[in-house]
Structure formats: C-alpha cells, structure tokens
Write a protein that binds this ligand. Structure first.
Ligand code: KIV
Ligand code: NA
Length: 277
C-alpha cells in the first residue's frame, strides 16, 4: 500500500468518494487508524486537550507537535500525515510560518501542515506552498481563537458571517491549499463551500455534503468522559474498557490470583533448594 498524494485527494473529490480523516497522536493510535484504512491521519493540536490535559489548544507548542508527529509516523510509515501548526507558530510573520512548517515536515516527518485562518494567513499559506509543503486550511470554528470567539460556537450564522467564511474558503484555495477543514458551520454553508471549491472540503460539524469528514480519535472512540460537541458520534467505549481492565487487574493482585503459574518463571527444584539453604 503506497502512500496517497494530494492528487489522489483531489481525484477522490472528483469521483465523489468521501475522504476519511481522523486524528492520531502516538504510535499505537497511528497503527490502529492505519489498520482501519483511513485516508488521512491528522496530528491535530487537539492533542493538547486529548492527551496533554489542557483545557484548550492554546498552550500547545511546536516541540509538542513534533514529539507527537514523530511517534505517529513510526506507527503509520505509509500513511499521509498532516500536522497542525500550533498557536503562535505562524501568526507572527510569513518567515516564522515557513520556518515552523519546515520543522514539522523535516523533524516531525509529516506530509503536509494545517493552520487556522483565512485572509489573515493567506500570505503564510502561499509561502509555505511555494516552498513545496502542502497546506491544509482550517476555517469556520478556529479553536486557537476560542477566547476571541467567546467559546466553541457554531460559525457563520448570519448572512454576513456566512459570506465571509465562503470568501475565506476561496482565498485559501487561491493561496494554494490542497484541502480545507471546515469546522462547526451549518450544513448549507459547508455545502456551498464544497460545491464552489475544486479542492476537497473536509467537514467536522459541517454536515454530510462535504468531500470528507474528520473527527478526533479520542472523541469517536469514547476515550474520555468530558463533554462532547453535538457533531461527535461515538463508535466505542474505550475509556470504560480501560477502567474495567485495570480494575480487574487490581482485584486479582489484591486477591493474589495474579500472577498465576503461567505468568511465572521457575528454575529447577535442585537449584531452588540450594538457593533456599
Ligand atoms: O486539532 C484537531 O484535531 C483538528 C481537527 C478537529 C480538524 O484541527
Ligand atoms: Na487543530
């Protein structure tokens, strides 16, 4: 199985084949999602919440992203991996964005980078693409701006706001993005964007008419007991399984039923008896 390219994703849109994207942040998760046959793995800065325990993505650093991107790559050597540029790693200047995008591909071994924003980061997108690094855009709800937005809210609800998101999508396509994540917008706005762009539009909380879908792995597998947005569907109860497994282990240790003979190394009776003397 050879690694897909950005051309394959464009072809999938043309052929009406939905693109499947999911996050992974480490070696075992990457192995699992690659085995499940997803099209794109995202090392999202959502790792700040999902595995680092922050209450937003804002504290996540470049070093965090590279650390997790490398672990993810080791688990999915033949997958197309996109890694997020974290907060303040690209907003300062075009030069900063280019340097950090290059770090993600050079040190983090990913195939493409993703950054949040529209017209405000169009120059950054253009420069990164010009340097030969594929860029995925991210509009609608932009979690790195949660404090400016005043919470994780549906975006594009008025005519003006919806217009602005649609225009930003076009600006990002123009700037050279190979694909676009559209987060938490109503289904009609996402449909209009997907119809008017030639690049694939990957939705999260954006309805069924996008060219693909993305979810956070820990949300879809039920790996935490935190609040889930309306747009998440859970397909597993992994946290419950983890608690059950560790509880069973704890009970057996306390009851001295673990370890049993089959988990135990032994030496010959002769050697044992001499050692015991
Ligand atoms: O960080 C992330 O997981 C993301 C997706 C939700 C699109 O950006
Ligand atoms: Na993200």
């Amino acid at each position: 199985n050879s690694k897909p390219t950005i051309h394959d994703f464009r072809a999938m849109k043309a052929q009406n084949k939905n693109i499947v994207m999911v996050t992974a942040y480490d070696y075992p998760a990457a192995k699992a999602v690659a085995a499940a046959g997803v099209d794109i793995i995202l090392v999202g800065d959502s790792l700040g919440m999902a595995v680092l325990g922050y209450d937003s993505t804002i504290p996540v650093t470049m070093d965090d992203m590279i650390h997790h991107a490398k672990a993810t790559r080791r688990g999915a050597p033949n997958s197309f991996i996109v890694t997020d540029l974290p907060f303040l790693s690209y907003q300062v200047s075009v030069a900063q964005a280019l340097r950090n995008a290059a770090r993600l591909v050079q040190e983090g071994w990913c195939d493409a980078v993703k950054l949040e924003g529209g017209r405000n980061i169009a120059d950054q997108v253009h420069a990164i693409v010009e340097a030969g690094i594929p860029v995925m855009g991210h509009i609608g709800l932009q979690p790195q701006s949660v404090n400016q937005l005043g919470g994780y809210k549906v975006q594009g609800r008025t005519y003006e706001d919806a217009r602005s998101i649609i225009e930003e999508a076009k600006i990002l396509e123009q700037a050279g993005c190979f694909a676009l994540v559209v987060e938490c917008v109503n289904a009609d706005v996402a449909d209009i964007i997907a119809t008017q762009l030639t690049i694939p539009v990957i939705g999260i909380g954006a309805g069924k008419d996008c060219d693909g879908q993305v979810l956070v792995l820990h949300d879809l597998l039920g790996m935490h007991d935190g609040r889930l947005p309306k747009f998440v569907k859970t397909y597993g109860n992994v946290l419950d399984e983890m608690v059950q497994g560790v509880s069973a282990y704890a009970a057996e240790v306390r009851a001295t039923t673990f370890p049993a003979a089959e988990h135990t190394y032994s030496i010959s009776v002769d050697v044992r008896d001499r050692l015991r003397k």
